[in-house]
Design a protein around this ligand. Sequence first.
Ligand code: SF4
Length: 307
Amino acid sequence: MALLEVNDLSVAFVQYVRGFRQQQAQVLHGLSLSVDSGEILAVVGASGSGKSLLAHAILGILPVNARARGSLRFRGEELTPERQQALRGSEIALVPQSVQYLDPLMRVGRQVRDAVRTGDPAEAQRSVFERYRLKPGTAALFPFQLSGGMARRVLVSTATVSGARLVVADEPTPGLDPAVVAEALGSFRELADEGCGVMLISHDIESALAVADRVAVLYAGSVVEIARAEEFAGAGEALRHPYTRALWRALPQNGFVPLRGSQPPANALPAGCAFAPRCAYADASCTAERPGERALRGGMVRCIHAS
Ligand code: SF4
């Protein structure tokens, strides 16, 4: 049994247009994936592919005008809104994209102590700061007094002391220098090695691959491939979807091969496969209907021609 199962998740936003007419803009389209205890699942894709919405749907913090369908299960049980609220910050922790998530008016030591669910909060905070090489004096500082790297370590500390079984890290390393990125990602690897499940959401596929076990690739609100991290190798021969291969080949060390065109807005998808306008392998059958998910070589793909 997976720690977290997301099955056929769709999210739409209700919007009001002229004359108070209501319309729905669908931004996640039948998305399915899972996270096991002890693994890091990286969720990668370009900006606008729906990565953060997925995180917010799991935590139950979607905006009020969002409508979600599909099933979320945590430790085998349905993740209802009530259960999401009860587990948020305890069994399911978020490491957010912005360090502004920290309360600007509260000393960071207190913020970490408040996240402790069992045991002595002061001891837990001291020990987690030591683990993440935050000097003892850091506890008395306010968020504005921290460097970007220190603030990241405080956020990871908060997730760690909460004793969460599932950590959802939503773009946890933006704007950090490579050494700090490696350190932050290393801390997620440690959490996974201790038995935690980690969903690492990132646009930076190269960094994510350094610590991930599996990778789910999002494109225009759908997961188009789930692959093992070791399949990202060579010229990408082991990868299943043309978009995943294009992402891989666009990296500097893999030839910097550009991908023509741009991702369509999730609420204005072309007919059939959303990737068809950019795909070198597209034919008439690709625009007939949206490719379904199918298991292939131990992973998953949404491409009718993948073999
Ligand atoms: S279904 Fe067709 S257009 Fe879509 S990725 Fe596969 S080959 Fe390309």
